[in-house]
Design a binder for this molecule. Structure first.
Ligand SMILES: [Mn+2]
Length: 235
């Protein structure tokens, strides 16, 4: 039986849920069954989502409201969606009560970090003085900057390489780390680009978008293969 991967997709201000096809394809081609979890405010419904699924993927999107880490909105570039924050944090808090695997991408890494008590850089271009562009001009399916992979992190074991080419479409980034997570990769300006859980749970979070590189890049396929493989083992 293939593992069921619950996808916490994009929720808009009308509480509509959707997920980009690249995420779906990446899960499916890695052997998982992608299942989009629609918006709900009902804790029982969300508990059932968490019971049904073998693993969870949190995807990219708008910024996290800084109220979740005790700050005011820094400037006009911060773009938030209350409905999405409500749903994402509600699902994640229930998932965190279990030991089920988590894959978090782009906004997902920020969400997980904040849920674990960390904080965010709200506007990377104004808060980081860097020559690395985290909002790439290259197309959706192109590489842009690279990241240094930390030597004894699980990502290094997986890709067997100290440097990875990635893409970059993010406005925010991790400032201080949440509880129980460690850095796996950083760009050359020091921005945290990947984290993992140092505890028992399988948690991998990437600031870039491996689902967009999936078809052309073996390393991106490995990230999904690892996650779906762990979900299968635990299912
Ligand atoms: Mn980046």
């Amino acid at each position: 039986m293939r593992p069921i991967i619950g996808i916490i997709g994009k929720t808009d201000e009308n509480k509509k849920s959707e997920v980009g096809i690249d995420y779906v394809n990446a899960i499916e081609k890695s052997g998982g069954i992608p299942l989009l979890l629609p918006y709900s405010e009902n804790a029982d419904t969300i508990a059932s989502y968490v019971g049904i699924c073998d693993g969870f993927m949190f995807v990219g999107g708008v910024d996290i409201s800084p109220k979740y880490f005790g700050e005011e909105v820094l400037n006009d570039t911060v773009c938030i969606c209350k409905e999405r924050d409500d749903f994402d944090f509600l699902v994640l808090s229930q998932v965190l009560k279990t030991n089920k695997p988590i894959l978090a991408i782009c906004r997902g890494i920020q969400l997980v970090n904040v849920a674990l008590g960390g904080t965010l850089i709200q506007d990377v271009p104004t808060q980081i003085n860097s020559i690395v562009s985290h909002k790439q001009n290259e197309g959706r399916y192109e590489f842009s900057h690279s990241v240094k992979v930390i030597k004894d992190a699980p990502l290094f074991e997986l890709v067997q390489n100290a440097r990875l080419k990635v893409n970059s479409f993010h406005h925010q980034a991790i400032k201080t780390l949440g509880k129980g997570v460690r850095v796996m990769a950083q760009s050359d300006d020091g921005v945290i680009e990947a984290i993992y859980s140092s505890g028992e749970r399988f948690l991998r979070a990437y600031q870039w978008h491996p689902e967009l590189l999936f078809n052309q890049d073996e390393n991106s396929r490995k990230l999904f293969g690892e996650f779906v493989g762990v979900c299968l083992k635990n299912s």
